[in-house]
Design a protein around this ligand. Structure first.
Ligand code: ZN
Ligand code: ZN
Length: 372
């Protein structure tokens, strides 16, 4: 509660000084548009959060509040417009915003797409091509949902994970501080994602899932888009981009695996949609110089992270976005707050010089530059 009040007070103060700055004509916030990244769009946030990472969720009604707030202050632009402006270094005449959705959940088609269509707002959807039409949840959704289920059944998560690793012949792996992270399924999930490439991770998940396979209802609500849904949105002007073939965190994979994830996904999308695919979003915003180079080699023109880090050599392949979700713009009373949304839009909460994502080896902390 105290934190929420502090956030609201900071947002009020920031917004006031920001308005003064803009009246004085010194605002320079529009060199890169405000690009928002959402994930799932659900009818009922409280119901959906039982199985899904809360920060991946926004309800349709909250999304509408975000869009209405933005519509009053920004011109919505497509990612093609963003790309061509950035490539030619032409600033936008008016403040511009773009809307994107990562991971390709079917609820984006069911809940967000009709809303965007009704309001005439352009948007982009980044899909995981290997999952399209399979009905299978994302790997991290399976992991989180299983850990949460084990935890709510009273299982000790660190022991469960250690047991799963041992049964796969993997002992003494560097799951640093996992004991301390017990009782927090999200942190255990993050520790696993940060440690293993996806092939290993899938084996660990299969062991954890033994006796608790993803129940049909849980799987259904996290289902990915089908090709029919993607083709319908594409015909209607929604930009379709790639989010890899299997949502591998590319910084955890070899250069060969990264390039194959990127190239295969692009090839499949181009074949299915009969159009060039130019936009790519990094799974979990993770990139480093090896990964950005692979994105370049695979032929993408524009790629998007979820923080303000840039690769100065490939700025069009490290375009910043802001992740927003159901609770990111709430005040201390749990209501949508215009001043907090304003802070997000102008990066007031963004940390400079530090990022939780690993962009090493060559990306230095100092490269967490201002939006440039
Ligand atoms: Zn993702
Ligand atoms: Zn970062």
């Amino acid at each position: 509660m105290l934190r929420a009040i502090g956030k609201t007070c900071f947002a009020c103060a920031y917004t006031l000084t920001d308005q003064v700055r803009r009246l004085a004509g010194s605002s320079n916030t529009q060199r890169v548009p405000f690009i928002v990244c959402y994930h799932r769009v659900v009818d009922n946030f409280k119901h959906a959060r039982r199985n899904t990472i809360p920060a991946m969720l926004i309800s349709t009604s909250m999304l509408e509040q975000h869009l209405d707030w933005l519509a009053k202050r920004f011109t919505f632009v497509s990612l093609d417009e963003v790309g061509s402006h950035l490539a030619t270094r032409r600033p936008f005449k008016k403040p511009a915003a773009a809307i994107t959705f990562d991971d390709g959940y079917s609820d984006v088609f069911l809940n967000a797409y009709p809303l965007l269509k009704r309001k005439g707002i352009p948007a982009a959807v980044f899909v995981v091509t290997g999952l399209v039409g399979t009905g299978q949840p994302q790997v991290f959704d399976r992991l989180y949902s299983t850990l949460r289920h084990l935890h709510s059944n009273g299982r000790h998560l660190a022991h469960s994970v250690s047991y799963a690793l041992q049964s796969l012949g993997m002992n003494n792996l560097p799951l640093e501080g996992l004991e301390a992270k017990d009782h927090v399924p999200f942190r255990v999930m993050t520790a696993l994602l940060n440690t293993f490439p996806q092939n290993t991770l899938e084996k660990v998940i299969a062991r954890l899932e033994a006796g608790d396979p993803c129940r049909t209802d849980r799987c259904e609500e996290m289902a990915p888009l089908t090709w029919d849904m993607i083709q319908t949105m594409h015909r209607d002007g929604i930009t379709i981009g790639s989010h890899t073939q299997s949502h591998r965190l590319l910084t955890k994979e070899s250069a060969d695996v990264a390039l194959s994830e990127l190239s295969e996904s692009r090839r499949i999308l181009q074949q299915r949609l009969g159009a060039p695919i130019e936009h790519f979003a990094y799974p979990d915003g993770r990139f480093n110089p090896m990964v950005t180079q692979a994105v370049n080699t695979a032929g993408y023109r524009y790629a998007y992270g979820i923080c303000r880090s840039r690769d100065e050599k490939l700025p069009l392949l490290t375009i910043p976005r802001k992740v927003l979700w159901e609770r990111s713009c709430l005040n201390a009373f749990g209501q949508f707050s215009s001043v907090i949304m304003n802070c997000h839009a102008y990066g007031a909460f963004d940390t400079k010089g530090h990022c939780e994502h690993d962009h090493s080896p060559m990306m230095q902390e100092g490269m967490h530059a201002k939006l440039a």
